[in-house]
Design a protein around this ligand. Sequence first.
Ligand SMILES: [Zn+2]
Length: 375
Amino acid sequence: MPWSLTVGYVYGTAVRIHVTFLLFLAWIWVAYYQRGGAGAAWEGVAFVALLFLCVLLHEFGHIFAARRYGVKTPEVTLWPFGGIARLERIPEKPSEELVVALAGPAVNVVIAAVLLVFLGGNVGVEHIEAIENPQVSLLAKLAAANIFLVVFNLIPAFPMDGGRVLRALLAMKMSHAQATQMAASIGQGLAIGLGVLGIFGNPMLIIIAVFVFLAASGEAGQVQMKQAAQGLLVEDAMITQFETLGPTASVGDAAEALIRTTQKDFPIVDGAEHLRGVLTRDAMIAALQAQGPGASVLEAMQADVPTVGTRTPLDRALALITQRGAPVVGVLDGAGRLVGLLSPENVGEMMMLRAAQPDARFGPWAKRPAPSRPV
Ligand SMILES: [Zn+2]
């Protein structure tokens, strides 16, 4: 995820903060400063920071529930609109997805309950004057915010937890893909409703509505892509015509190949046709700037490129691309030689063609050069 800073690791999950979240904190500071000076500004920032600590704990509710089912979470990112935990996969068993989806809001229920009990004791008869105490009012606001988080997250629309709860419940009666499609449609309907409400009321609702609408179609698209890949093998979708670079090539040679071809990622292959790594266009440009054209491709390349066999199911290779965030996946034959490449773009094109012509499994596009794009 670009534009986010890693602030630490919890049980192997990277905790990241998106740059827009820091801008949001700065905006809160300025807004409160204009209203009540530096004291109010820091108080406002403290409240938002505490609120997002609750959001983070909410995400760890999902993360720890998912761990119970053997699902790891490489990272969780805080955005101004909330936290997003990138689970390696969503458990497809409806009962498991239900538990994982509910575990987040459950954390906020507990936080709100603890705060209310604490405040109930504190704001009792003998401390009635404490309501004026800014620390108590901060905690009271925090309790209210946690209750809001529970209600907001249970809106039955993706990517809110309520959308996953809805899908899990629907998936108990129908297939996962059907349940996703239906949950996404319900979510989009709700988003339109929210947007209309926003026009007449709070404009913030319009932003939430657009976000919910896009997220719902994204979720449905991912499941459709996975479904379309079913029954296909890597060799059906891989690129077989591409240029490779030898281990002794320089970044300057790579730059020439970049201009000469439509490729943007170049595999580095040794004499035995074994894949040593991949030099992406971005890495190439960075190396040109830092070290000039004489630099070795071995130093500039990405070495840990995931690889699959030609007979690997395509959906498993797709999962590898999304999990590892890899630019390409190398396809190896039985002897470990590089015979093909898979990129998110060429797989996406394959899917579009397949959607247009569902029965064409070994169409002419199965063995065609890399998708052309301007370099
Ligand atoms: Zn959640």
